[in-house]
Design a protein around this ligand. Structure first.
Ligand SMILES: Nc1ncnc2c1ncn2[C@@H]1O[C@H](COP(=O)(O)OP(=O)(O)OP(=O)(O)O)[C@@H](O)[C@H]1O
Length: 338
């Protein structure tokens, strides 16, 4: 990737990673009420010894179930939170020590919260950011024009933020995060609650931003289509630990997932007697669904069914990523219990 080539020269770290985490931990002390006038201190390890590198220009998905530690990681990457242990650098900067210096190089979009001024027209929020970030006038105007056009906000600049739809507001927030030309953009649930058209607009824009301007993007989302459409690399976090870091396609193997053979028979019949580990998982009239290991060929199973049953049609369905991740989380939970 071209981004990684330039990363070593500008990131500031000799290892070359633009974002670097080494054994990063975050422990929260929480006080829990355990009875009348009784409170107990409890430690929550929200992020547990996480290490990874993101090269300049990468677009990486950071996913995991609720409470996994995603937001805590992002907050440490922006300097809002200080790690309890480990080493963290963004563009060679220690975020919690030099938060203001870093702020000029990063952009953040929290899908559930806006950074815009609720009562002000969109343009006034951008003017305030122009001052706050001390963006040179020419650069501000050029960025504003380009972003407003790309995100189709031209007619909305005079509208108070409170009157914008969720999708418009989200696009407005993305413009705000990018006015100062950050090298890295953190997005926390950027498509949450958006309709299909708004989602595709946001995704299209992010793809362009990453490919054309080389902006490094770290994307947290519950919508796995965001990941499927945007990220070649995905990191999965659960209980504060990094469970997977690699290509999206590789997740299928990690999850020991299954593919599904959908069989249409001539008529309704009892479940097909399939050789283990293949098995019928659903029957609906003449249609039956058989699950079999994703790593195995479907050919022997198809041949056997074709020889023994009145077959009309069949198709193979690839495991969908949601099911794979659900399996991964299920296995983790089982291991934790046993
Ligand atoms: N300020 C805090 N004080 C105490 N505990 C916290 C704090 N912030 C987060 N936690 C706890 O740390 C863990 C990780 O939370 P975090 O918000 O990072 O998860 P997440 O992966 O972003 O979840 P979600 O997808 O629900 O936003 C959770 O158990 C959460 O309750």
């Amino acid at each position: 990737m071209s981004g990684s080539e330039s990363g070593s020269s500008r990131a500031g770290g000799p290892e070359g990673g633009f974002i670097e985490l080494d054994g990063v931990e975050k422990v929260f002390e929480v006080r829990k009420k355990t009875g009348f006038m009784k409170r107990e201190r409890r430690r929550v390890r929200a992020v547990d010894s996480i290490s990874f590198r993101v090269e300049r220009g990468e677009m990486v998905g950071y996913i995991g179930p609720n409470g996994a530690g995603k937001s805590t990681t992002i907050k440490m990457l922006t300097g809002i939170l200080t790690p309890s242990a480990g080493r963290l650098r963004v563009a060679g900067i220690d975020p919690s020590r030099e938060r203001t210096r870093l702020a000029h190089r990063i952009g953040v979009v929290f899908g559930q919260r806006t950074t815009l001024w609720w009562d002000l027209p969109l343009l006034d929020s951008y003017r305030l950011m122009h001052r706050m970030y001390r963006i040179p006038d020419a650069r501000y105007r050029e960025n504003l024009d380009r972003l407003v056009e790309l995100l189709d906000l031209g007619d909305l600049l005079d509208v108070p933020v409170r009157q914008l739809s969720l999708g418009q507001r989200m696009r407005g927030d993305i413009v705000a995060a990018l006015l100062h030309d950050p090298e890295v953009l953190y997005l926390d649930e950027p498509t949450i609650g958006l309709d299909v058209i708004s989602k595709s607009k946001v995704r299209e824009f992010l793809r362009e931003l990453n490919t054309e301007r080389g902006t490094t993007v770290l994307l947290t989302t519950h919508d796995l289509q965001d990941i499927e459409q945007l990220c070649r690399r995905v990191m999965v976090i659960d209980h504060g630990r990094l469970m997977y870091d690699g290509a999206l396609a590789g997740l299928h193997e990690v999850g020991e997932s299954e593919r599904t053979l959908v069989v249409d028979l001539e008529r309704e019949l009892p479940p097909i007697d399939a050789p283990a580990p293949a098995r019928v998982v659903r029957v609906e009239g003449p249609r039956q669904w058989l699950a079999f290991p994703a790593g195995e060929s479907a050919a022997p199973l198809v041949a056997r069914i074709a020889a023994e049953y009145p077959l009309v049609d069949l198709s193979v369905r690839e495991p969908d990523i949601e099911a794979v991740i659900a399996t991964m989380y299920g296995e983790q939970a089982e291991r934790a219990i046993s």
